[in-house]
Design a protein around this ligand. Structure first.
Ligand code: NAP
Ligand code: MG
Length: 402
């Protein structure tokens, strides 16, 4: 069989520890035998980030802007322990943070639904994708502990030195105060990323805030989404047969629990932090989640939602067998290959990505899985495979499908 050809390279961001081991196995077993894989390779492994003073991370993000599609392996975000372990020159910043700052986007996370790994919420039949705004609000807040009686105000001073004031509270005794902000530009790009992703995946978009209580702050989010929807997306949504639905956050939570899934839920920063952990744990596991960063100008970076699985890596180094779940990393590759195929009009590449997804799901549904899934499956007799054997089992299924 001829290998599938690619025209534009994918930006390949290699990473650390156990996921770096899985990365190579996936390429060797599931990609290289079938695709004439074209990538521009960036080694984001911590050693190489340290050697290049983290320039490699910046270069990989710039390459993503040039080519449009990247696939990223999980990477170590250094802490004090890593400083000595890797003899680092500096405590380099989180690569995801650096890449997000350059690409300016929204992170979409969706569970990978498999029979035998059932959501705790019985009526959820389809995945629920969380789109989390990743700028501002309490994550960029300033806070004061009020020691005793006194007045607290918000003061805005414009460039001419004119002040606008708003009373927060006349304190009679001790208390606390918090100031937070967001930027209209950031909210606009969040809105566009969500609308584009809904069109891309042909799913309805839900958005919710607390605009009845927060009549200026949250209401601005609601208004910006509505204005951009009316001006740029209304017709496209009608053509695609999908809807944009705004409601209050408490109403949204109640509806989500009663729904059967199959939509994108756009969340403000804090809501997204809290709700994505609720949704992902209710669906099973972080290793069964897809994660993609979408920038407002249409660049895509696919990754796994979990970390480098350090504990398994140390076992691996000691020659012990590991049973690490590679599903999220496989889906990061297929997501990127499918997007590359769409952009370059390579239907064969898109079809291959679909079949590899199908082979991965089918392998698990036939009862062959890694230990993390065997512990939660409703399948009474799962076969627990090690890291390498799971990937080989997926290859066997894939060859049968092809
Ligand atoms: P982690 O790698 O997500 O793993 C935490 C635990 O979750 C593992 O010990 C394992 O549990 C389970 N787990 C996670 N992924 C799994 C998989 N694919 N298959 C099976 N089990 C899985 O988090 P961490 O150990 O706290 O962090 C390790 C490193 O990852 C850190 O240096 C951190 O900076 C980095 N990190 C990177 C990213 C990213 O690049 N996107 C995200 C988060 C963390 P058991 O040990 O019980 O089997
Ligand atoms: Mg969190």
């Amino acid at each position: 069989m001829d290998k599938i050809k690619m025209t534009t390279p994918l930006v390949e961001m290699d990473g650390d520890e156990m996921t770096r081991i899985l990365w190579k196995m996936i390429k060797d077993e599931l990609l290289n035998p079938f695709i004439d894989l074209k990538t521009e390779y960036y080694d984001l492994g911590l050693e190489h980030r340290n050697e290049t003073d983290d320039q490699v991370t910046v270069d990989s993000a710039e390459a993503t802007k040039k080519y449009g599609v990247a696939v990223k392996c999980a990477t170590i975000t250094p802490n004090a322990a890593r400083m000595t372990e890797y003899n680092l020159k500096e405590m380099w910043k989180s690569p995801n943070g650096t890449i997000r700052a350059i690409l300016d986007g929204t992170v979409f996370r969706a569970p990978i639904v498999v029979k035998g790994i059932e959501p705790c919420v019985r009526n959820w039949k389809k995945p629920i994708t969380i789109a989390r705004h990743a700028y501002g609000d309490v994550y960029k807040g300033s806070e004061i502990k009020i020691p005793g009686a006194g007045t607290c105000e918000i003061v805005y001073t414009n460039e001419k030195g004119e002040e606008t004031r708003e009373l927060i509270h006349n304190f009679a005794g001790a208390g606390i105060v918090q100031g937070m902000h967001n930027l209209c530009g950031s909210i606009e790009s969040f809105a566009r990323s969500c609308f584009n992703y809904a069109l891309d995946t042909k799913q309805d978009l839900w958005f919710a805030t607390k605009d009845t209580i927060s009549k200026k702050y949250d209401h601005t989010f609601k208004d910006i989404f509505q204005e951009i929807f009316e001006a740029e997306y209304k017709e496209k949504f009608e053509q695609a047969g999908i809807t944009y639905f705004y409601t209050l956050i408490d109403d949204a939570v109640a509806r989500v629990m009663k729904s059967e899934g199959g939509y994108i839920w756009a969340c403000k920063n804090y809501d997204g932090d809290v709700m994505s952990d609720m949704v992902s744990s209710a669906f099973g596991s972080l290793a069964m989640m897809t994660s993609v960063l979408v920038s407002p100008d249409g660049n895509y970076e696919y990754e796994a939602a979990h970390g480098t699985v350090q504990r398994h890596y140390y076992k691996h180094l000691e020659g012990e067998e590991t049973s690490t779940n590679s599903v999220a990393t496989i889906f990061a590759w297929t997501g990127a290959l499918r997007k590359r195929g769409e952009l370059d009009q390579l239907p064969e590449l898109c079809a291959f990505a679909d079949k590899l997804d199908q082979a991965t799901v089918q392998t698990i549904e036939e009862g062959k899985m890694t230990k993390d899934l065997a512990q939660i499956t409703t399948n009474p007799n799962p076969v627990v495979l090690n890291s390498a054997d799971f990937i080989k089992a997926v290859r066997t299924t894939l060859e049968a499908i092809l």
